[in-house]
Design a protein around this ligand. Sequence first.
Ligand SMILES: Cc1cc2nc3c(=O)[nH]c(=O)nc-3n(C[C@H](O)[C@H](O)[C@H](O)COP(=O)(O)OP(=O)(O)OC[C@H]3O[C@@H](n4cnc5c(N)ncnc54)[C@H](O)[C@@H]3O)c2cc1C
Ligand code: FES
Length: 565
Amino acid sequence: MYGTRVVILGAGIVGAACARELAHAGFDVTVLDRAGAAGATTAHGEGNILVSDKEPGPELQLAQLSRDLWPRTLESVAAGPLGPTAAARAEWAAKGGIVVATTAAGADALHAFADRQRTAGVRAEPLTRAQLAHAEPHITAEHTAAVHYPDDAQVQPAAAATVLLADARAAGARVHTCQEVRSAVVHGGRLTAVRTDTGRHEAEVFLDAAGPWSAELSARLGVFLGVHPRRGEVLVTTPLPPTVFHKVYDADYVDAVGSGDGTLQTSAVVESTAAGTVLIGSSRRRVGFDDRLRPEVLSAVAAKAVRLFPALARVPAMRAYGGFRPYVTDHLPVIGPDPRLPGLWHATGHEGAGIGLSLGTAHLLRTLLLDETPPLDPTPFRVDRPAVTEVPGSPTPEQSANRPDMRTGAPGSGGLLEGAEPPVAGGCRGARGTPGRSLGEPPDARPARPRGKGAKPQRQPGGGTELHLTVDGAPVQGTQGQTLAATLLAAGRTSWRRTTTSAPRGLFCAIGTCFDCLVTVNGEPDVRACRRRAADGDVLTSQSRSTNTGHRPAPDRDRPRGDAR
Ligand SMILES: Cc1cc2nc3c(=O)[nH]c(=O)nc-3n(C[C@H](O)[C@H](O)[C@H](O)COP(=O)(O)OP(=O)(O)OC[C@H]3O[C@@H](n4cnc5c(N)ncnc54)[C@H](O)[C@@H]3O)c2cc1C
Ligand code: FES
């Protein structure tokens, strides 16, 4: 298998974890993403790495494996070429979780749940009233039971994915952004290449890591996949003095996670971040890809959080954001080869636990690819299970056209075979029509162009116009149409701001709502790098202060025109 070509389709946390694992195992890894790395669901997760919310069974086993791998993986990154500073950017915090019940029935259910988990090897420690008050001084006095889970932990998800991708690159992986996979090339019933807007990528193995878009991607490749979006919203407070010390959630949360109900489910999930903000979740709704924030959902979530932490009632919410969990109706991820289309593998469907489960998924996948003994039974995650492969109701025209014959595994006559033209080309959401620049390409891979008065930006071979910027005094090349954030990432810069506690910050939400990516541009402070397009000659300077300066850019002043949102 050494040198086997693997193309990973999606650069979220799951694609990043798989890229790192496979690159270190000697595979020839290429990652393609239609947008930027870690900018989709991964940028909208809260970053909890939980064992506390899972019933004994296959998902808990995967969570325990992953929990074990997170600190070891970050230690290995720290010991490698990236060093400890890069590993620290993932903001690993083994802070522990506390589950709180507020009714008598809730207390019984919580203790019974904790008993079952203990038999599966989870550390679950009942807390007395005094112990809870000591652990969380601001928690409500109106509780009936509490259980401490010392193994629950947290990372900053987008930063963690970026660290994993950077380590994958250090091990030889290539990362290409702005490369939307449009169609498949199938030879003799085997997937041999995928087409993007700008070219074609051949490999022996293609790994779907497209999160909630896995169904769409799989349909383009010729198979139906039962992965659906499940909407979740999070409220973010202004930075506070230390108020919440663990991940704290009410006992309803486990029921909401396990529910298949498509209507609104809410429960209180409260935790602080390294920046001092408090994240308040969580909601679960089946609304397709409708990304409108709903005030009544946020109100319901906030009300439950205030019931848990009454002090939060007086705290202003700074912003809210939402994302789409990749959901499978049997609540298990999909990991392994697709028997209907040899060459295609999946690592998707992790719903609300993909950050935590990413490393275990990557490890399991590697053993399956290498035909080694897997760390746990992979059968529950296999692709050919009803929740994943059975088309509910009538198939859509696209599914009918593209779905292979389920009995023979032969692809249908959907125009996806060799010679078929890809659908109308679109492009990167960040810079439509601009060919992606390889993040695996070293920043100085292109010859420097002599600068001087009157020098004109040049057209790059792929079509984008070359730009020249200065970042903290060093020359950086970019491509016209890219945002400043995309330019910085392509130049290998993952952070360009420091908080008051010196924590590094760069791209987080990628949609202009979190203010993590502030940078000074041509002397103008607090420009959101994810919202402004790079211009030739821009001079960028890192910032080193809190986002909470009271200074805010005018709402749309730095929003790029066109579709670069
Ligand atoms: C509100 C909320 C809170 C959450 N909290 C937590 C938490 O605390 N802990 C936890 O573990 N999980 C949490 N999750 C879940 C977690 O965020 C997801 O499970 C995880 O991010 C999924 O990662 P992924 O890599 O599979 O998908 P994504 O991060 O969505 O990555 C998929 C990538 O595929 C790319 N892509 C899609 N289609 C194509 C195509 N055709 N061609 C090329 N590229 C394509 C996309 O651009 C994207 O970058 C939360 C989710 C939400 C919404
Ligand atoms: S990354 Fe959130 S505002 Fe730019």
